[in-house]
Design a protein around this ligand. Sequence first.
Ligand code: PMP
Length: 402
Amino acid sequence: MQLNQIFATRNARMKASEIRELLKLLDQPDIISFAGGIPDPALFPADEFAEAFKTALTPERQALALQYSVSEGYLPLREWIVREMATIGIVCEAENVLITSGSQQALDYLGKLFLSPGDTALVGWPTYLGALAAFNAYEPRYDRLSLKGNRTAESYAEGAAAAGSAVKFAYLSPDFANPTGETLDRTGRLRLLELADTLDCAIIEDAAYQSLRFDGEPVPPVLALELKQKGSIEDCRTVYCGTFSKTLAPGLRIGWAVAAKPVISQMVLLKQAADLHTSTINQMAVHGVAEACFDAHVEQLRAVYQRRRDVMLAALEDHMPEGVDWTRPEGGMFVWVTLPEGMNGADLLARSLETEKVAFVPGQAFFADGSGQNTIRLSLSNSNHAAIEDGIARLGRLLRSV
Ligand code: PMP
């Protein structure tokens, strides 16, 4: 008997991505990779972490650090997050904060919290691949979240009703999105709030890259704008997901969700059922490092990534042929390239690996409807200036030849 024949139906939409499998093979030194959206390990605050772990393991602290702890998360870390949130206009209490195992876990819990099979989730076309992967397990129907055109709230509601259900949430990453690098302006955020009020659905604000602004004017988080309108977080429909993965280090798996207390309480129950709590010692270490150097460290990251962004944009300008377009992000880790209509990013990757030894992620996987064949995502965070210049020049050469 093949056990895969009795897997629950929800597994049908959870497929390994061919591209991810391919990209796993890319650790060879002769490949210039713009593929992984990962921080540069040379920038991890490793000494500070060594110190923080040492402190957590002193005789007075180790009983706490190595023991089970509460599902909500380590209180001093939640209090640090409350203070950090206040600096960006999100006034909340520790009871509004849940520590999760990376923000990816918050996305999973939010899918579990809101989506029954067939419910509608509004997502960008494209959107973060990991969010689609997290939500897919709950068997939603996707509709395209569009905040620029003149699509009405009714059209979303009608589409959901025709499919026998309702819109449960809109998910987006408003700052320097993965994969596009684009930022939603204040008008778009206000339009989103209006749309969600009309549809009476939640908003999931994925703020993974928010701290990594290089230039331009910061736009208040969606939750901060909603708080201004409604006066109290308890009346807000936005769930804010934060993470230390892009600012300190992803390997510790520390993220958080901020929302009205009934939402957090229910997520706490989900967490109890799933993994009891996030690693105690990792939460203590992240708290120690955040207290010691968060602002200075993020300042340094921004400066390094900003220069890489500049080098990448200049190289694209120099080497891309006519008909290729790309975004100009004000922060984060990604530049999104649109190739001429009819070109295929996955075919280009295969050729690029063979002839030019440059890796990137074909854009199609980021589209819930499988469109976007002529797009690719370039990550700027993990290559030095020479590699960026060389890699983009090679990509330009390849594009001229096809
Ligand atoms: N959201 C976005 C937009 C991301 O790009 C990522 C990481 N690639 C995550 C969430 C998940 O990050 P983590 O679980 O490490 O916090």
